[in-house]
Design a protein around this ligand. Structure first.
Ligand SMILES: NC(=O)c1ccc[n+]([C@@H]2O[C@H](COP(=O)([O-])OP(=O)(O)OC[C@H]3O[C@@H](n4cnc5c(N)ncnc54)[C@H](OP(=O)(O)O)[C@@H]3O)[C@@H](O)[C@H]2O)c1
Length: 294
């Protein structure tokens, strides 16, 4: 019998890649979205769309009815643990068998960033949820570089407050393939496991710039900036203050060497090495390229 997998965060970066990775698999996809009129992405990927808000427990039960597996992704923000709690409760009430949860690299009660500490709260809850569970803790997403695509396209530069940080960054498509692997395997196989997922090498942003330049056929330069300058830019683009603070905490941690590591967990799960930044740069080159006039 085909299993119904409920995808949360279904319009976002990771869950979209997950639905791509599950294409053709023997599962019935169901997507939880806040706005049904903005759910073309999940529909195009074959998902049945249910509306609901992780911040509103009363909106969730219909989407969870008949679900066997929950992919639980909570958006960043101070209410993330409440969002996760609402989903876990709805899952328990509905008799869901397994939860696969997206956490974050370094999630811990003493993580140097609020996102890591909030994720740790939800990780603890999952560990006691009474269902089978698996937690994925991916490293910094290569896809975060797409936030810099406008600057790279127009000026050939990008500015981050990461100093000379080295980060074992990962391609979101690999995170999604690991999630799909876990969801398609027997629920007992990965039960109780927490997987820290990274890319194949720990990179500085100078190295990232060089790889982007090679893929684009023109130079790309990383310009380190201070926390205040980056914060001003983010707030100017409408990024909420809480998120700007969170990003600053990550930047400081990374600048101090906190993210300078890789693991071989992904290779163990997928039986192949993780995608490299060079492939990310090639595959996303159009996003970093100026639009042609007229
Ligand atoms: N960026 C990184 O480097 C990194 C690394 C490791 C882990 N992570 C973790 O990845 C997660 C973010 O994943 P992402 O990048 O795929 O996110 P994203 O692209 O920002 O998408 C967030 C998704 O959550 C949905 N959402 C927001 N509020 C909701 C609510 N109240 N109820 C239901 N759905 C809601 C959004 O739907 P709408 O369309 O309705 O807005 C959207 O589908 C976070 O937990 C973060 O800590 C990030």
């Amino acid at each position: 019998m085909s299993r119904t997998v409920l995808i949360t965060g279904a319009t976002g970066t990771v869950s979209t890649a997950l639905m791509n990775a599950l294409r053709g698999a023997e599962v019935d996809l169901r997507a939880l979205v806040r706005d049904g009129s903005a759910a073309d992405g999940p529909r195009e990927r074959g998902a049945e769309v249910f509306t609901g808000d992780l911040g509103d427990a009363r909106s969730l039960p219909p989407a969870f009815e008949g679900v066997r597996d929950l992919w639980l992704l909570t958006p960043n923000g101070p209410r993330a643990p409440e969002n996760a709690m609402n989903a876990v409760w709805a899952a328990r009430q509905a008799g869901v068998e397994r939860v696969v949860r997206l956490s974050v690299v370094g999630a811990a009660h003493d993580a140097p960033n609020r996102s890591g500490r909030l994720h740790a709260l939800s990780d603890r809850e999952i560990e006691r949820c009474g269902m089978r569970w698996t937690i994925l803790r991916p490293h910094w997403f290569m896809q975060n570089l797409l936030n810099e695509a406008g600057d790279i396209a127009t000026t050939g530069t990008f500015s981050l407050n990461m100093a000379s940080a080295r980060i074992g960054m990962i391609d979101v498509r690999d995170v999604a393939e690991c999630a799909a692997r876990v969801l398609l395997d027997d629920p007992d196989r990965h039960h109780g496991e927490t997987y820290t997922l990274t890319g194949p090498r720990s990179l500085t942003f100078d190295e990232v710039a060089r790889e982007l330049g090679l893929a684009l056929g023109r130079p790309v330069t990383y310009l380190p900036v201070g926390d205040e300058a980056k914060r001003k830019t983010l707030l100017g683009h409408g990024v909420p203050e809480w998120i700007a603070d969170m990003l600053e905490e990550y930047a400081r941690a990374y600048a101090s060497g906190w993210g300078d590591f890789t693991t071989d967990t992904l290779a163990g799960l997928l039986g192949r090495p993780p995608r490299d930044i060079a492939g990310f740069a090639r595959d996303h080159a159009p996003a970093f390229t100026p639009a042609r006039d007229g």
